[in-house]
Design a protein around this ligand. Structure first.
Ligand SMILES: [Zn+2]
Length: 261
């Protein structure tokens, strides 16, 4: 009888896991916010309350951070979601890179309820924003599996959105709406200061979370144009900006960057 109950519990827990995954993903490409962010049902609910409230979840509600500064992860498995050994290695390298700049750690899951699944079964590169029961990073295609996109998606998982949606962006960039695809205009909306905290850091043109100048362009012309000519920060491709690093460290209460290493 005891074993029967244990088996029943395992089946029940497994079926719950499956339902939660299925609920969130459905078939094909899931509904994504601003191009590559997968929202939990709770985040969607909050977003629907005032249409711009995502960042209360992502930035103001610190409960969405990963506890103990550790993101427990598993790799997706099987012919659909499983990454190759080489691809797994690239993901590990991106994790190590973030770890080398911050106090956040990515560690293989040890039974934690909330955890990250790294998979490639759906089209495109996208990720959950912040902690979730089945947070996902989907990396499908050669471009997704280069360091920049992997780090970008992992930073979403840490709880960050896109830098070009900052409430003070009108002081720094112009959005050329006439060049933006009609169907993608919602991807370039600005969020209110009520919902977004800059963590007392300045606007960050050089963020790995800032879209490129011709993002969502309908005609190849630039859609995001700096107000003043500027010299981009010099750094390697696919690397975090200095402010990205400060932002992650501040959000996760890390020791000051200069004290690390
Ligand atoms: Zn993104």
């Amino acid at each position: 009888m005891k074993w029967f109950l244990v088996a029943l519990c395992i089946i029940w827990v497994n079926s719950l896991d499956l339902e939660d995954n299925e609920d969130q993903l459905g078939d094909g490409l899931p509904e994504l916010y601003d191009g590559d962010m997968l929202l939990t049902p709770e985040q969607k609910r909050i977003l629907s309350l005032d249409g711009k409230d995502l960042w209360r979840v992502a930035h103001r509600n610190f409960a969405q951070r990963w506890p103990n500064k550790i993101v427990p992860y598993v790799y997706g498995a099987g012919p659909i979601d499983g990454l190759t050994k080489d691809e797994n290695k690239k993901v590990r390298e991106a994790m190590r890179y973030i770890e080398s700049k911050t106090c956040v750690k990515f560690r293989p899951r040890q039974g934690q309820r909330d955890h990250l699944i790294i998979m490639k079964g759906r089209p495109g590169c996208w990720a959950n924003v912040g902690r979730a029961r089945f947070a996902k990073v989907n990396l499908n295609g050669p471009w997704c599996l280069t360091r920049g996109p992997i780090v970008h998606e992992l930073v979403h998982v840490l709880g960050f959105g896109h830098a070009h949606q900052a409430p003070n962006r009108d002081d720094y960039i112009d959005i050329k709406w006439e060049n933006v695809k009609d169907s993608e205009k919602s991807h370039l909306t600005k969020l209110s200061s009520k919902d977004w905290t800059m963590l007392s850091l300045p606007y960050d043109y050089d963020s790995l979370m800032h879209y490129r100048p011709n993002a969502h362009s309908a005609n190849g012309k630039d859609t995001i144009v700096p107000k003043k000519p500027r010299v981009p920060e010099k750094r390697g491709s696919g690397t975090l900006s200095e402010l990205d690093i400060l932002r992650i460290n501040r959000y996760y209460d890390c020791p000051p960057v200069e004290e690390k290493h």
